[in-house]
Ligand binder design. Structure first.
Ligand code: AMP
Length: 378
């Protein structure tokens, strides 16, 4: 008989940090969590050394780990689900480094470090794109440019935050007491990075991020949707290289460019004091979210619920209110008192609301651990 997978280590190996959580999956309880920082810049020299630090921190808890689940940024079209990272799958994943030159080497390096440190323990890759790419139809996923760019370079929409959208989709189905395969949702992951997903019959039919996480919402430091010609105009006028433009759009735009901070709490505080730039930034953010909720409600054929998650979605009653009042045409009504909720699962819509709006705290690490157990149980 196969040994059941109970003790699961979840690793999020980034370019200069390594986050971990250890779960007992018999009860879905977290046994430990931690963070190793400054890898390669003052702290441990390599991810393998960072992992040694993790083992030391875990102490006795590091014994008897049954499986390790890894967060991986990009699965391209190769990985439509989480996967056991065999030699063949590692080779396939390495071909996708071009889609995330900063994150992918660190993600895959984390797996290799685990192979050496935890000999014989299986490693499962959980891809942030997979939940989207599994079911998103071409009419939503393709760009209207010469298909040769798709064929040669894989230029298309992939979507990100898939693990979070999947977690809240499962939680929403449970909350609504509906089978997963029957649930239609608009899920809003609003944090430093933000994305929406249109969920029909439990699977993604569209999402707001694209080839990269730059598309869609107004974010902490990313501009989100913008006319591509505006980008070309800036490059031409200021003689910017593609790399320089990448920094402007990804790191120096969004809330930071509009109102001087990438942190939504700062922007809310400034707006409350009458700062006009902060007020406009919040309105732009909320407007864009409401715009996509309206579109996605149509695409899913009528949502059973609108879900709010991520740092902003879970905690900011202010931003949620600015979004929800714009949804009157959908018959959505806010319960102002319920909307005070922070960080817990709760409906924030009024009784007569045609579509419930529900705050659901995300738990990407637990989703990775669940997928790890599922993949190894196959
Ligand atoms: P995340 O990337 O999901 O960790 O979310 C980070 C974002 O959530 C930051 O912009 C925070 O300012 C924002 N956030 C967290 N708590 C609050 C709050 N109470 N009000 C407004 N924004 C918040």
């Amino acid at each position: 008989m196969k040994k059941s997978i109970e003790k699961v280590l979840v690793i999020n190996s980034g370019s200069s940090s390594l986050k971990y959580q250890l779960f007992d999956m018999a009860t879905e309880t977290r046994l430990a969590k931690g963070l190793v920082e400054r890898i390669g810049c003052g702290g441990p020299a390599t991810h393998a050394e960072a992992l040694k630090q993790v083992v030391a921190e875990l102490g006795d808890a590091a014994k008897g780990i049954d499986a390790i689940g890894h967060r991986i940024l990009h699965g391209g079209e190769t990985f439509r689900d989480s996967a056991l990272m065999t030699k063949a799958n590692m080779a396939k994943a390495k071909k996708l480094v071009k889609f995330g030159p900063l994150h992918m080497p660190a993600n895959l390096g984390g797996i290799e470090a685990c192979e050496r440190t935890f000999r014989g323990v299986p490693n499962v890759g959980v891809f942030d794109t997979a939940f989207h790419i599994a079911t998103m139809p071409d009419c939503a996923g393709m760009y209207a440019i010469d298909p040769k760019y798709y064929k040669k370079m894989g230029i298309r929409k992939y979507g990100f935050h898939g693990t979070s959208h999947k977690f809240v989709t499962q939680a929403a189905a449970k909350f609504l007491k509906k089978p997963l395969s029957k649930v239609n949702l608009v899920t809003c992951h609003l944090g430093n990075g933000s994305s929406l997903a249109a969920i029909r019959s439990g699977g993604v039919v569209d999402t707001s991020m694209g080839l990269t996480p730059l598309a869609g919402m107004v974010m902490g430091t990313r501009c989100g949707d913008i006319d591509a010609a505006a980008v070309l105009a800036i490059m031409e006028a200021e003689g910017k290289t593609p790399a320089e433009m990448d920094v402007i759009l990804n790191k120096k735009s969004g809330l930071l460019a509009l109102a001087g901070s990438s942190d939504c709490r700062d922007i809310c505080a400034k707006a409350a004091k009458g700062d006009k730039a902060a007020e406009l930034a919040l309105e732009m953010l909320a407007y864009r979210v409401a715009l996509y909720i309206g579109a996605y409600n149509t695409i899913v054929g009528g949502a059973d619920a609108i879900v709010m998650t991520g740092g902003i979605g879970e905690n900011s009653s202010e931003v949620r209110e600015r979004i929800v009042w714009r949804l009157g045409a959908l018959g959505v009504k806010l319960d102002k008192s319920a909307n005070k909720v922070r960080g817990e699962l709760k409906a924030i819509s009024a009784k007569g609301s045609k579509i419930p709006v529900v705050v659901i705290p995300t738990n990407e690490e637990l989703m990775i651990a669940r997928d790890t157990v599922r993949i190894l149980g196959k």
